[in-house]
Design a protein around this ligand. Structure first.
Ligand code: SF4
Length: 225
């Protein structure tokens, strides 16, 4: 199992701005711009990015279920579709840590809705940047063979992959190693965490869906890619 700690992120100076603009209906006033600048540096100081991942061999895919040689099973039509043609899958969890969660939660508890929205926007973008970085590491590891390629990433809770499948993900990648746990509702704590899977196999056989959003019907989703 690979554990990555102290991951350094290259963050654009205006991180969070586009996402916030979208949320606010297209433009930000001077007061929000100032708040964004202030809260951006709070977020940068209070994230502790970590990741854990493990590689598993796929045995077969049958009747909307993915069977691994380890005995683990994923169930769902989309995850089965995405992993069809892959020979291995890398199961991952990554997080920004609990500190940023606490700060956002406190702002919300104190009724500071604007700071909550601003920090939530910045942290969400940071989580995306962390995801891209972890994806690069994983793809380097998964495409050991020159003729191999990678699928898009897919996560429990996305369209037609039930959140209950988090249980299997956490059996396969040890969230404890980076301080991530599941609560009773199968949500990850810290909240600023993402889990999921990439498939790898011969380029001419792997599924070519470019992003999970391609399979999702939520056309007006603001984080659609
Ligand atoms: S469109 Fe939105 S909800 Fe659907 S998979 Fe993409 S990010 Fe998730």
């Amino acid at each position: 199992m690979v554990v990555l700690d102290n991951i350094k992120l290259d963050m654009p100076k205006d991180i969070g701005k586009d996402f916030l603009k979208h949320l606010m209906g297209g433009r930000l006033n001077t007061q929000i711009e100032k708040l964004l600048e202030e809260k951006r540096s709070v977020c940068i100081k209070n994230i502790f990015p970590k990741a854990v991942y493990e590689t598993y061999e796929i045995e077969k895919i049958k009747n909307n279920s993915v069977y691994f040689k380890s005995g683990h099973i994923f169930n769902g039509p989309n995850i089965s579709k995405i992993l069809t043609g892959s020979e291995i899958a890398v199961i991952f969890i990554f997080t920004l840590g609990s500190r940023i969660d606490e700060i956002i939660k406190n702002a919300s508890k104190n009724g500071d809705a604007l700071s909550t929205i601003v920090m939530d926007s910045v942290a969400t973008k940071m989580l995306n940047i962390l995801g891209e970085k972890i994806g690069t590491f994983i793809k380097k590891e998964g495409t050991r063979e020159n003729s191999w390629g990678s699928t898009c990433t897919y996560s429990p809770g996305q369209f037609k992959w039930t959140i209950e499948e988090q249980k299997e993900i956490f059996q396969m990648a040890d969230g404890d190693k980076i301080g991530v746990k599941l609560n009773k509702s199968m949500l990850m704590i810290p909240f600023m965490s993402i889990s999921g899977v990439y498939g790898f196999g011969p380029k001419d056989k792997i599924n070519k869906t470019s992003t999970a959003c391609e399979l999702c019907p939520k056309k007006d989703c603001i984080t659609r890619r």
